[in-house]
Design a protein around this ligand. Structure first.
Ligand code: SAM
Length: 274
């Protein structure tokens, strides 16, 4: 009989943040695949779990995936874990999950800690709708494109960032989104956990020598729509369209809104987009 692929969340700092189900799953599977086996060994030793470990990370996932899925088809149950938190979320795993499903292998999520949700739990921002961008690209062109999208996105926005890049990223965000309020969630679940709040400028002044891991949360944009409309009318039609597209509106709604913002008939805008 075929085995199953378990995607298991592990702690993001505090080792107590692991569920009973995750522990039982790791105890019962035949093999564990892990991003950095030496790193995961510390957690597994702490849980007194000893299992064959296979290293599985961004640089070998393409070549390893089929072999791992063969083992599942031979009857082994396999758990995927990452260095910290929920696999797949800015971590390896997407490739194996997609290929497992193509091969009719059952994929079972075992939920637990994730830095996005942990940060949102105490940030005090609007959580009705939010957009997660992960790490901003380091490629300048792609990064500018992402920053442009962020600028046009009025939802709560969540980003991951490494400590040595945080000041640079905050500077870029200031250039694009100006004075929006943010929360930096640092070292979540660890001894030095802290939440730093303020405008992007204020927060930059509060962190001189950044250490630890950070989640950046940009609060929802509450600026009065009247001011917003004036700003929107300074955009090109394509940028104006993109702005509403990023909010999840469909073509008909977008055209209606652009026409209203610009005070022109709907048909005039419609003609431009056919
Ligand atoms: N899969 C993980 C999760 O479930 O959140 C994220 C992995 S990603 C490679 C690592 C990034 O997540 C860090 O650079 C940081 O932005 C964020 N992160 C992870 N643990 C964190 C923590 N304890 N406190 C703050 N941010 C954390």
């Amino acid at each position: 009989m075929k085995g199953k692929l378990y995607v298991v969340a592990t702690p993001i700092g505090n080792l107590d943040d692991i569920t009973l189900r995750a522990i039982n799953t790791l105890k019962n599977v035949d093999i564990i695949i892990a991003e950095d086996t030496r790193h995961s060994l510390k957690l597994l030793n702490h849980l007194e779990i000893s299992k064959p470990l296979i290293s599985y990370h961004r640089h070998n996932e393409e070549e390893r995936t089929d072999g791992i899925l063969d083992k599942i088809e031979e009857g082994n149950n396999i758990a995927l874990i990452s260095d910290a938190g929920t696999p797949i979320i800015s971590d390896p795993g997407e490739v194996i999950v997609k290929k497992a499903l193509e091969r009719n292998i059952e994929v079972i999520p075992i939920p637990g800690a994730c830095a996005i949700i942990t940060a949102l739990m105490a940030a005090g921002v609007n959580t009705r709708s939010f957009t997660f961008y992960g790490f901003l690209s380091i490629n300048k062109k792609l990064r500018n494109k992402e920053l442009e999208q962020i600028k046009n996105n009025r939802n709560t926005i969540i980003l991951y960032e490494a400590p040595h890049k945080i000041l640079n990223t905050l500077k870029d965000l200031e250039d694009y989104v100006g004075n929006r309020k943010i929360v930096l969630a640092r070292e979540l679940t660890k001894i030095h956990e802290e939440f730093i709040r303020g405008t992007i400028k204020e927060v930059q002044e509060k962190i001189n020598s950044p250490k630890g891991e950070y989640v950046i949360i940009i609060d929802e944009d509450n600026e009065e729509p009247d001011n917003k409309e004036n700003e929107l009318n300074e955009l090109s039609l394509e940028e104006h369209y993109k702005y509403y597209e990023n909010m999840g509106l469909d073509k008909k709604e977008i055209i209606k809104k652009i026409a209203k913002d610009r005070g022109v008939p709907k048909n005039e805008i419609y003609q431009k987009f056919i």
